[in-house]
Ligand binder design. Sequence first.
Ligand SMILES: Cc1cc2nc3c(=O)[nH]c(=O)nc-3n(C[C@H](O)[C@H](O)[C@H](O)COP(=O)(O)OP(=O)(O)OC[C@H]3O[C@@H](n4cnc5c(N)ncnc54)[C@H](O)[C@@H]3O)c2cc1C
Length: 806
Amino acid sequence: MKSHARAVIIGGGIGGCSALYHLTREGWSDVVLVERDELTSGTTWHSAAQVTNFGAIQVMVGLKSHSIRLYKELADDPEYPINYHHATGGLRLASTQDHLDGYHHFMSLAKGMGVAFELLDPAECQRRHPLITTDNLLGALWDPLDGDIDPAQLCQALARRARLAGAEIYRHTPVTGLTEKPGGEWIVHTGKGDIHCEMVVNAGGYRCNEIGAMMGVELPVASMEHQYLLTEPIPEIEALDFRVPLLRCSTDDFYSRQEKSGLLVGFYEQDCKTWCLDGIDPDFTNALCPDDLDRCIDTMEGTFKRLPCLNEAGIHTVVNGPITYTPDGVPLVGKIPGKRNAWCITGLRAGLGEGGGHGWLLAQMMVHGEACYDTWALDPRRFTRYANVEYTALKAVEDYQNEFRFHMPHEHRPAGRPMKTTPLYPLLKDMGAAFGVVNGWERALYFKPDDGFEEQHSFRFTNAFDVVAREVSAVQEGVGIMEVSGFNRFEITGEGVKDWLDPLFCSRVPKRAGRVGLTYFLNEDGNVKGEATLANLGPDRVWYGSAAAAEYHDMDWLRDRLPEDGSIRIESLTNDYTILVVAGPRSREVLARAAPRTDWSKNSFPWLSVRPVSIGNAEAVAMSVSFSGELAWELHIPNAQLYLAFRHLWSAGQEFGIKLFGLYATESMRLEKGFRHWKADLITEFNPIESRLDRFVDLEKPFVGKAGLEEMRTRGPRRQFVSMVLNSDEAPAQPGDSILADGRVVGTVTSADWGHRVGKNIAMGFVDPDHAEIGAKLTVEVIGEPVSARVCEPCLYDPSFDLVRA
Ligand SMILES: Cc1cc2nc3c(=O)[nH]c(=O)nc-3n(C[C@H](O)[C@H](O)[C@H](O)COP(=O)(O)OP(=O)(O)OC[C@H]3O[C@@H](n4cnc5c(N)ncnc54)[C@H](O)[C@@H]3O)c2cc1C
């Protein structure tokens, strides 16, 4: 066994084997995989191993397309062919209008990734799958490349190719400990000796938290029991001369595919069960859980109605095995938060279909620092400390119960909530707040007009439309107040802090104490990595603010660049402060009343400045910044005084008709202003010039990513950020919808909503440069309809910014 390697992967399921193979494909040969038992002896061996191309976001579609291409290549390898039923085709059944709307959206999204789904009517569904009934069926999404693969053969084929490229695999070699060396390298302790390596990868499947514990981290991964049955041969199938397509049903929570001349049928029952939350028997290997089909009775009735042949079919085998879930159902693929050179590919719940793609993206991240897609949706750092085991288990149950039910736009599911609240939560709830979740924090989306109001989630404009319109109007005409919980905030201190920060950002860092600036940072390639508001509180004290979800991501990025002499310190204040935004033309009057000792006048407290203030007897740091495009201040208030400050502001605001507003109203207003949203409109696939942030790039100074950016500039833009106005008032576009010109996909929507002040249906996105000029005519596919669109100025409301400077 080697004592040194560049990277060591722990675990030989599909996640580990795919990562190992792809590291060799990216050019690393000095790589090792260690497996405690045999390859695939965790979950992989007993997987139903369906391989679909369907994904709810473009990155998922892209990585699944990679799996499918790779698996086909492996199946066709004459030296080591494997069993892969490629392109059998699959049906995702729809029995409500919402399902159909959703599938129209997912078709458009997939089209942008070069994947052609179809929407079929019930008769055509039955023609393709003669065993189904069409009762209550409205249609189905057809995935032509759906299929299934032999999981053990797949892993062996990946392992074989990796070995041919120089990788080594040690079976029956349990990892027993991990030691982080002072320089950031690792020692992997195994039952057969130590391996020193630069990087370590946790691919431990349902044992990922045993490996996590060896490095002092808890990954938000919980296991569920999951069952399928295999039938005896079915005469109707034996009579066919083709394989029946795969089926997935979001009404009756089952899936099915052909297995030999019978069916494999799997269930996502409501009465589901977590597995071994308190620890796993060390001898559980190549093993299954006891059968328990009674648990699945609720789903069986509908399943048998859809597939009546099951009433007569004998059951040959039942398979019940552990399957891993994360709180949002999407795996953790990327850097382990707070650790150097430690990666994971865990929480795979559809690992056979996705594993090829996840290993591909992980290997790119490890070798090149970044993958070809923005991988935030998979990034382990999207969950912060709140995502403990108990929370993860509650979310895993919820996710399992909704396995085939895609999230509706703006849907925030209830399990595990409220997880993080500010002291204002009960008050705002009493005042009618409908909450959503941002990085675990409850945040008001809008305020209900009456107790009985519930938003009916839809891909179309919802019944919350008029509610939001009124909130926006209150802010535009008078004054509104909004709580922004969980906004990410670091205090960075130390002598020379500004000089340290300056080269980290491509934008200017506010030099003078009392000034605030919006800044961007890039990766080494020159693409957009993050956005931060820097407030110079002087001397040698800066507040760093960014999106709530960016907490771990940004902390990692900053900490990796700290000077070794300890001269600069970073402290997270994210959980200690909350923002109250006071916005609207009368905001100055409200603040003057609530905080009379501060001069809020234009000359004394101009746009983009910061200072400590007292709101009544509560302390706050006030910043004159605006995401709404109205005159506004952000008040950063210690949580202990938040209630007090709110009461002062609320009471001072009564005379001016102050109203509460929420995230929906803010979203509408920021789209009108053309402000981008991190990880929606600001992604690592584009540089700041393509993202039309030219004015935030100072090419006169050195900064991280400058060489890459300059090199890219010589090649011209790949795509260009645009704002568009859509000619429809029925539905907003959705992120991922395709943008077309002359019938060809030329771009993708990144965010969209109705702009209530300008009365327009607005979408943002990236398009080919030829179609990016103001006035260009485009088509956006919105729930299956081609909607004409026009490229407009990014800022549709108050383009001269007079209101914020008033
Ligand atoms: C019933 C069922 C049906 C499924 N159907 C499908 C499907 O149709 N399509 C699909 O895509 N997915 C399906 N899945 C999910 C899929 O099988 C999993 O997502 C996938 O197999 C997980 O692979 P993995 O590599 O993450 O984990 P595993 O396969 O569990 O691999 C982890 C490996 O790590 C090793 N290991 C753990 N600890 C150590 C240690 N300390 N030292 C060394 N090695 C260690 C283990 O021995 C194991 O081999 C199904 C799952 C179940 C249970």
